[in-house]
Design a binder for this molecule. Structure first.
Ligand code: NAP
Length: 237
């Protein structure tokens, strides 16, 4: 066991995959979960997602050794602010946001002394979202990049061990460099895909059946990418 108590904040694709991946190899003693909507919390309870599901953020993070922020990038600041005063001394906060500098700026000011912050970004996903979309193998053989503010902190090797236990390969990187690399390899391609699918939709001269009949592999890949959650990607852009 790497962490006795983990709190998952946000119960979508990434958090639910982390839960099943942690359970696969017994990496966490108890996993507490919190989601914003009662609907998602109910789904989590029904599907056995998390050892305990809490109606408030403060209850979910109480006593946690590791807190994972798995909400859209634009929601990180409000979550950091609300939970900050309730964190256990010596706890580690991490996130899974697709950009790192913006998350550090949003969350770090709200964390108390004695709490480590080790931002992370698993390079794994699907075009599905929500509490039922996760699966234990999502991170197998995929990279997870850590962008710690203090690379010497003991919290870094411990979080690395968790991600390796969940099947990922881990690298440590400067946050600004991470954002540059991911802009090229992921964020700009997603923006182009969204834009192209939007253009095809808007261009009334191209009928739906023409788009479907004559779409080549490139466009089909665009439509798959553009099916990803729009809130998440709006925040990343
Ligand atoms: P998801 O499946 O859409 O789940 C998002 C979760 O965040 C849901 O539990 C949702 O709660 C909660 N949430 C949404 N808006 C919120 C708000 N304003 N305040 C509090 N909670 C809120 O998302 P995901 O794909 O797991 O993505 C989570 C994070 O991982 C994002 O930061 C994303 O950038 C990052 N990421 C995603 C991928 C990917 O491919 N999907 C890959 C790597 C990293 P409700 O269900 O109650 O609305």
């Amino acid at each position: 066991m790497i962490y006795e108590r983990v709190a998952l904040v946000g119960l979508g694709l990434i958090a639910s995959s982390m839960f099943w991946a942690m359970k696969r190899h017994g990496l966490a003693g108890h996993v507490a979960g919190y989601a914003r909507s009662s609907e998602t919390r109910e789904t989590a309870r029904e599907s056995g997602l998390c050892d305990s599901v809490h109606d408030t953020l403060v209850d979910a993070v109480a006593g946690a050794d590791l807190i994972v922020l798995a909400v859209p990038v634009g929601a990180m600041e409000a979550v950091g602010k609300e939970m900050g005063p309730h964190l256990k001394p010596g706890a580690c906060v991490t996130d899974v946001g697709s950009v790192k500098r913006a998350v550090i700026q949003a969350v770090a000011p709200h964390l108390p002394e004695g709490v480590d912050f080790v931002p992370a970004h698993p390079l794994a996903g699907t075009d599905h979202s929500g509490p039922r979309s996760g699966f234990a193998e999502l991170f197998d053989g995929r990279w997870c990049l850590l962008t710690p503010q203090d690379p010497e902190s003991a919290a870094v090797p411990r979080l690395r061990q968790l991600w390796e236990g969940m099947g990922a390969e881990v690298d440590v990187m400067d946050a600004a460099h991470h954002d540059l690399v991911l802009a090229v390899t992921s964020h700009a391609p997603h923006l182009i895909a969204y834009t192209m699918v939007g253009v095809a939709d808007d261009l009334k001269r191209v009928t739906d059946s023409e788009v479907i009949n004559y779409s080549a592999a490139g466009f089909r890949d665009f439509t798959r990418i553009a099916a990803s959650d729009p809130t998440m990607w709006r925040d990343v852009f």
